[in-house]
Ligand binder design. Sequence first.
Ligand code: PNW
Length: 493
Amino acid sequence: MYAVAGTLGRGKSFVDNGSLVAPEVQVEGAQTKPPFYLGFATAAPQIEGANATDGRGPSIWDTYAAIPGNIDSGDTSAVADDFYHRYLNDIAAMHLLGVKKFRMSLAWPRILPGGDGQVNDKGINFYGRVIEALLVAEIEPHVTLYHWDLPQALQDRFGGWNSDQIVPIFAEYAATAFKAFGDAVVHWTTFNEPWTFCFLGYGQGSGAPGLNDKVQAWNCVHNVLKAHAAAVKQFRALVPNGKISMNLNCDWAQPLTASPPDKAAAERKMEYMLAAFADPIFKGDYPASVKQRISFLPQITAQMAADLKGSVDYFALNHYTSTYVADKEGAIGLQGPCDYSETQVDLAGKLIGAEAESDWLKVTPWGFRLMLNWVNDRYQPKEIIVTENGMSMKGEDAMPMPQALQDTQRVNFYRDYIAAATEAVTIDKVPMTGYFAWSLLDNFEWGSGYKKRFGVVHVDFTTQQRYYKASAKYLVTLFKCTLLDPTFTYPSD
Ligand code: PNW
């Protein structure tokens, strides 16, 4: 048994409330310090708010969120966690927790409000202040250039990621960021989850820009790869000592049965979701399974393959869940004719893992170990950093505060996923070096608005007060972070 209570005080604001008691987080196993470091991940459009402040231009997510029906409860990211004004408190909170790594993204429309052309000094200045505060707090920033907030002007001008006109424009934005912050930031990524924004945003319409066109979705894939290569060319010249990658997300695909067709179908699903991006980068071409089925897939030229070669210094993996996959001739999936089908239940009708609040997320820690091994076997990367892993706890938003803060389901999620990754490292020798929990704060969860909470810190969106959940304490205790003050409270203004 492992009790967090007593080691970490819950903080004055909880005690004063009277109805709240210190958390007793009881978990089995995973007691030793994991063989990789801990960080917390966030993204600009999900935490910053201040969408019209200091010259920020509109993004495609602002436009998408303004259309009734697109976001649950009609939520928007206009305020979010107000990180734009509260970043010092949130950085101080991480400092108190002893956290040493923080993943953040830069908002392109804050830096170049129209997408290209005139740089907004106030945007540069904001990220300069955030990065400086992190360094003063002894927290290493890991910076993502693009977490889905395309300047609306570029969508309007030429269709955003559907057009290769985006390539030099993205490289120009990237160079602006590298010049401004390349001396302070070592770890960078160009794109967060291109699978998600290409296929859900351009291919299905459940994210910005809300299009339903699979040709555009694959054009997006192709243009993202080109833009990545162009940005990395700038990076090598401007940040010679930096490390860069692309955050790729993948669910583990478990064959529904042991039959060879189901096994092959599960492999195809991994190729569609992950290898469609990672194969061009590591092997210079799209997977054969994708090329055979997507008739309109643009070709990777020899020049493009050469540009992509060596364009990532570490493998950045976002992973949350697993699904069962079965062979199905002629099935039409999100990405086109995939000839596989996915289900969350096995043949007996049993769920692959416990439910979270997000319907796509089932708790399947064993899939994480298999996922890490799949990446390692196929690409043999020098280093893997898991740049997102976390969960929305079932029913959390409707819970009374004490219960929501005692987020046992999330604590157990982290315990079990971290244990699975630890096995991948120690037993399977997967070179995973870092682990970022998604997320520091409850935040704007895209189409789900604010009701699906992924934070280890609870945010009261009416008052902007923050409260540590048991999971925050569990993680920093497990990783033996150096707490500056064991009786810490959340820093306030
Ligand atoms: C990732 N799905 O998104 C993103 O990188 C984060 O911004 C996000 O908040 C986090 O995971 C939690 O959702 C995903 O539907 C969004 O499969 C949707 C899916 C997967 C990942």
